[in-house]
Design a protein around this ligand. Structure first.
Ligand code: 6LW
Length: 498
């Protein structure tokens, strides 16, 4: 059979996976968005259901100081002795911490902090002991993958941190994970940076603290030499064994908007690659050390991979598919079964720190249609294609002295353009975004009449332009004067045309 990659499309970077019984669990980074650390489950590695988020309370996730490259970086999920742990870094406040739960569908604990620097923390459990590692600096001042034993109840360090590996010489050694498989400890990491040079590397040892011997054929997985292939940036991986005893790797990668156009807007997504051990205890991954958009395998017989379904307000919910920017002020949001109501808190989409009233849902494909009905009393409300405070396009419905105007505003860096406005009658309008690989087209509809408002080139919203770690979100927003008046969004639809 063949399976399709990505297995989870859209901005879900830095995947980490574990299996408990016959169920796989996966988490991803969330940066400045709230709630934090999306959590998925799957029975078959191909079809994933988002069951919520790990960090759902402000006490677990203070984001007041998080800008568009701040907040929550690379999480790791592990299970030990009946308990799930998720360890991560809030780079804007607090550093490395973990939370735990005994009920994966329930609430997680308050944060337990670990006084060890570095990002991309991971946990390894053995014989009742817990080990913490990160890509940081050890207690002797040596930089690399550093490891210490911790008290898992308190987060206290029980040993000094020791650098156990410095990688193979590529830049940005990151995302370490340790596994014991057979007689070896395997230490897997990434190098090359999370762009086009990204790669997965590993080393092994018979001891937990090394010395580690590098896999002679490193990198074990990279698409860096696949010029002109849509899937790029493969790295930041985690391993899991399925019930049948097959090994798999989940890793991040991204899809360019076109074969020869090195821009991507859908963020870093989740990819799956088969892993095979040889008789000497080394493993290979993917298709000749690369990963592909379709992968041939006989390991997943009879599994039907479901396509993306149309998303509506009925089958999505706030705090699951819909996420806020930074810590939201609940009084500015109202929800009914049919509508989301938003009112301005005075900040705007271009405000670098102060989060506007906003609910966003990920762009998961490069060909999509979004439509929503907006009945607004707010000074400004609408639908945005949002990457960062400096990169966003939106349809704005603005109230003026003379009534309502609808227009497209495009912000790219310090350039801001407002296109020609149309003037609908009072009452609701339907806003439509036609998403294509190279463009976002914006339309407005009222009384059966559809008007084109303009278009924006997708590449200016890309990660290559924005220089960030996320992907485009389609956001519903209200901004401008704080007048207590709501903008009501209803009849939402987002569907893939891919
Ligand atoms: C993350 C690092 C990375 O901490 O990107 O691709 C950083 N890898 O491991 C942010 O997602």
């Amino acid at each position: 059979m063949q399976y399709r990659n990505p297995v989870i499309p859209g901005f879900f970077p830095d995947p980490s996976i574990c299996r408990v019984g016959d169920t796989f669990y996966l988490v991803a980074s969330s940066f400045q968005f709230f709630p934090g650390v999306p959590l998925f489950e799957s029975k078959d590695l191909l079809n994933w259901t988002q069951i919520g988020h790990v960090l759902t309370h402000e006490s677990q996730l203070p984001l007041q100081k998080a800008n568009s490259v701040g907040g929550i970086y690379a999480p790791t999920i592990r299970h030990d002795n009946g308990r799930f742990y998720m360890v991560t870094t809030n780079v804007s406040e607090g550093g490395n911490f973990y939370v735990w739960t005994d009920d994966i569908h329930g609430e997680w604990s308050e944060p337990v902090f670990v006084a060890q620097d570095g990002i991309d923390p991971s946990l390894y459990f053995e014989d009742g002991k817990a080990y913490f590692m990160s890509n940081g600096t050890d207690d002797a001042g040596v930089h690399g993958i550093v490891q210490c034993e911790i008290d898992i109840a308190t987060g206290q360090k029980l040993s000094s941190a020791k650098c156990i590996w410095q990688g193979t010489g590529g830049r940005f050694l990151e995302s370490p994970h340790l596994y014991k498989i057979g007689k070896y400890y395997y230490l897997m990491a990434s190098e090359g940076g999370t762009e086009y040079g990204h790669m997965v590397v590993y080393a092994r040892s018979t001891s937990l603290y090394g010395p580690f011997e590098s896999y002679p054929q490193n990198p074990v997985l990279t698409n860096r030499n696949l010029g002109g292939y849509l899937l790029q940036g493969c790295g930041h991986a985690d391993l899991v064994e399925d019930v049948q005893g097959n090994w798999w790797m989940v890793h991040l990668g991204f899809r360019q908007i076109d074969q020869w156009v090195m821009h991507h807007v859908t963020g870093r997504e989740v990819y799956l690659a088969p892993v095979t051990f040889d008789e000497n205890g080394w493993f290979t991954a993917g298709v000749d050390g690369t990963n592909r958009l379709t992968v041939e395998t006989d390991r997943l017989p009879d599994i039907v991979q479901k396509p993306l379904q149309e998303l509506t307000f009925a089958n999505t919910s706030p705090c699951r598919e819909w996420i806020y920017m930074n810590n939201p002020k609940p009084e500015n949001y109202e929800f009914t079964p049919d509508a989301f109501r938003l009112r301005s808190n005075g900040s705007s989409l271009s405000d670098p720190m102060n989060a506007p009233t906003f609910l966003g849902i990920r762009q998961q494909e490069m060909q999509m249609t979004l439509a929503v009905t907006l009945d607004s009393r707010a000074q400004e409300a609408g639908v945005t294609c949002y990457m960062t405070p400096e990169q966003h396009y939106e349809i704005v419905v603005r109230k003026t002295m003379d009534g309502t105007e609808v227009f497209v505003r495009k912000t790219v860096g310090d350039l801001c353009v407002e296109m020609d406005a149309v003037h609908p009658e009072e009452g609701a309008v339907r806003l439509i975004v036609e998403v294509e690989p190279f463009t976002y087209k914006f339309l407005v509809e009222q009384n059966g009449q559809r008007l084109e408002l303009g278009a924006g080139q997708s590449k200016y919203l890309s990660t290559e332009v924005a220089g960030n770690f996320t992907g485009v979100l389609f956001g519903l927003f209200a901004q401008g004067e704080v007048n207590g008046k709501f903008a009501e969004f209803s009849d939402f639809s987002l569907k893939s045309n891919a």
